[in-house]
Design a protein around this ligand. Structure first.
Ligand code: FUL
Ligand code: CA
Length: 679
């Protein structure tokens, strides 16, 4: 027995002498938990709390906890929906900025216990963690360190309190896979900001869940992708110099969006985005659930770019996921299943150039064995190489997925895809990073040979899988636009669909008016919906809804140069005021007196974003009196979408003005707007 082992040992030594050594890991590396986390790819975010009932994005912490009163809360419905949607986990806002705890925390007086729900006997975390277990989903929690309710906020004592809350959540509800910390750090009830004790927060959580993935702007487990619209950079390194960043720090969006090539820490990107315009449920967004093409763009822009996708599905006032959201999630699931139904690459004969020599572990055949843990690689120091997939009969594909074996680090810096046409290869894609997974959406391409060339890498490339798919065509969304004069036009990118529309908020059917190419007049405030149909109306695309204010025909800006761009009905043009201090304002003469129920503000996506505002009207353009509305546009810096402010009572006026009291970004010197309107 002993002898056989000794012989085997000798044979192995000999093999080792002529084989290249095992591939050495390169650079910053993921922990085993981070590799597992990356493989989750797609999971659900749930924003739920008092804001669900008060129609707010950021509650002030002064709301009556009694407002929290879902009539038919069903956490199993959430979990079932996530499971059927193909998601692997759910992360819930256990505590948002208003401080309200979805569990009966001993360290707060603003919790489910003080609410009307179940006479104060309920516990959302208990119900959700049980439902996740039942449906085989991982459970994660968002706890906002910013607490606008807690009286101790702004004092060192609060750090201890927050750590105690973390302890409660991490000891009472079973396994927690991800701890989500947002970067917001505002003022508490006494106007003070908190210095967060991150070390304490981390060590508290780690005590109970050593493998937890910490999300924050800069990790350490995974990082924010730098925006709230769900898109990672086309270049996306999972490496970051994490200590260069602090949560909530301004100006960090780009490095977080793309990662840092030479980053010393493994901090992969997580793209968080809401299926609706806001993070919390609002009845006003029931017809604004993102369309299928939009969600597909997000999926390919995140999972397809080496990031995980955390898609927020806000629970409604009954305590259930609204059917508009769940139907859309199922549509997305069906479409993704169809997109990735048949991997054409398994039919190919694979070969490669610069394959690592005398290695039993690496081979081109492992590129299509549907096993992430087997791979092809080049020899040490060989930073280029190419992979060839050749087919007996031509194949048609429009998706290419490629994966690096990340336990050895992220390596590839540049690659191209080419296809054989006649005797020549034609390049169809030129890209930068790959990472855990890169999926390219390509035009339909028919060929007998696909070549992937690695042009540059930080160390010998190690590629786990290459896959090819032929995804079915999806009907593009119709685009609804209205000019300053109130004339509406609708266009579609897909070839020759029939577009039907409504102007009363109802769902378009083939019986609704058909858009025949000529613009029509709709100068009032209201919602226009449009939907494309093909196959003689048998197949319909997504319904697109746009809510318009009064058309700004005949409006004039009274005080600011270039500000007409804020009232030209065109979101692509914007006004940016002169550099200076705040307040800054824009005054508008509407020409005639109209009834005003409220106003809207659409920020420029970058720069000039207003946070604190005051809205006034005037009969003569001289005397403005007291503001009719005053407040702040919650979360507008990270989620710069259209803001709709209803007045407490409607009023008649010819003139209005919007005063920017303070910018969203403290370093900003100019106020700006893509569009300002009234309804
Ligand atoms: C941000 C928060 O301020 C938003 O309200 C939302 O929760 C988003 C996911 O994170 O930091
Ligand atoms: Ca493989």
């Amino acid at each position: 027995m002993k002898r056989t082992f000794f012989l085997l040992f000798l044979v192995l030594c000999a093999a080792h002498a002529w084989a290249q050594p095992e591939i050495k890991p390169y650079g910053a590396l993921p922990s085993a938990a981070q590799v597992k986390w990356q493989q989750l790819e797609y999971y659900m975010f749930i924003h739920f709390g008092p804001n669900t009932f008060t129609d707010k994005e950021w509650g002030h912490g002064d709301e009556d906890p009694k407002v929290f009163n879902p009539t038919g809360l069903d956490a199993r419905q959430w979990a079932r929906t996530a499971k059927l949607a193909g998601m692997k986990a759910i992360i819930i806002t256990a505590k948002h900025h208003d401080g309200f705890c979805l569990w009966p925390s001993q360290y707060s007086k603003h919790t489910v216990r003080e609410s009307a729900w179940k006479n104060g006997k309920g516990d959302v975390l208990a119900e959700l963690s049980a439902a996740c277990k039942e449906y085989g989903l991982l459970f994660g929690v968002y706890l906002s360190p910013w607490d606008r309710n807690h009286p101790a906020y702004g004092t060192p004592e609060y750090n201890q309190i927050f750590a105690k809350q973390l302890e409660e959540v991490h000891t009472k509800y079973g396994y927690v896979f991800e701890q989500w910390f947002d970067g917001a750090n505002g003022e508490g009830p006494n106007g003070k900001k908190q210095e967060y004790d991150w070390d304490l927060f981390h060590s508290t959580v780690r005590k109970y869940h050593p493998n937890v993935i910490f999300f924050s702007d800069n990790g350490p487990g995974c990082r924010w992708i730098g925006n709230e619209n769900g898109f990672a950079g086309t270049t996306n390194w999972s490496t970051l110099n994490a200590s260069q960043f602090r949560p909530g720090m301004p100006g960090i969006n780009k490095p977080l969006n793309e990662g840092q090539e030479d980053g010393t820490d493994w901090v992969p990107g997580e793209a968080d985005v809401s299926i609706r315009p806001g993070w919390f449920f609002s009845p006003s967004t029931n017809d604004k659930v993102k369309t299928l093409p939009w969600l597909l763009d997000i999926y390919y822009g995140s999972v397809g770019r080496n990031a995980n996708l955390l898609l927020n599905v806000p629970v409604d006032r009954t305590g259930r996921i609204h059917k508009n959201d769940s139907l859309r999630l199922m549509e997305l699931k069906r479409t993704l299943d169809a997109d990735f139904k048949t991997n054409l690459a398994v039919r190919a004969r694979t070969s490669a150039v610069n394959t690592r020599q005398n290695s039993t572990l690496t081979s081109a055949i492992y590129l299509t064995d549907n096993n992430y843990n087997t791979y092809w690689a080049t020899g040490d120091g060989q930073l280029t190489g190419s992979i060839n997939l050749s087919f007996e009969k031509p194949v048609t594909f429009n998706r290419l997925a490629i994966q690096e074996f990340i336990p050895l680090g992220q390596r590839v810096k540049a690659f191209t895809v080419s296809v054989l046409e006649g005797k020549e290869y034609r390049e169809i894609a030129r890209e930068t990073t790959i990472g855990y997974k890169r999926i390219l959406r390509l035009p339909n391409t028919t060929t007998k040979s696909v070549r992937i060339e690695i042009l540059d890498a930080k160390a010998s490339p190690v590629i786990s899988e290459v896959k090819l798919f032929k995804a079915p065509e999806v009907l593009a969304d119709p685009v609804i636009k209205r000019g300053k004069d109130g004339m509406v036009s609708i266009t579609a990118l897909s070839a020759d669909p029939a577009i039907h529309y409504t102007v009363d908020g109802s769902e378009p059917t083939t019986a609704s008016p058909r858009y025949a190419g000529a613009a029509f007049s709709f100068p009032k405030a209201g919602t226009i919906k449009a939907k494309s149909f093909i196959d003689n109306g048998r197949k319909g695309g997504a319904t697109v809804a746009v809510t318009f204010d009064l058309a700004p025909a005949g409006w004039k800006v009274m005080n600011a140069a270039d500000a007409d761009r804020a009232i030209d009905g065109d979101l692509a043009t914007a006004w940016q005021g002169k550099a200076g201090s705040f307040p800054q304002e824009i005054q508008v003469d509407m020409g005639v007196a109209v009834t005003i129920n409220g106003f809207t503000y659409t920020p420029r996506p970058r720069g000039g974003i207003i946070y604190n505002y005051a809205f006034y009207v005037s009969q003569d353009g001289q005397n403005w009196g007291q503001p009719l509305a005053e407040g702040s546009f919650a979360n507008i810096l990270n989620n710069p979408v259209k803001q709709t402010i209803k007045l407490s009572k409607s009023t008649q006026a010819r003139y209005f003005k919007l005063v920017a009291l303070a910018p969203a970004d403290a370093n900003e010197t100019r106020a700006g707007a893509a569009e300002i309107g009234v309804f």
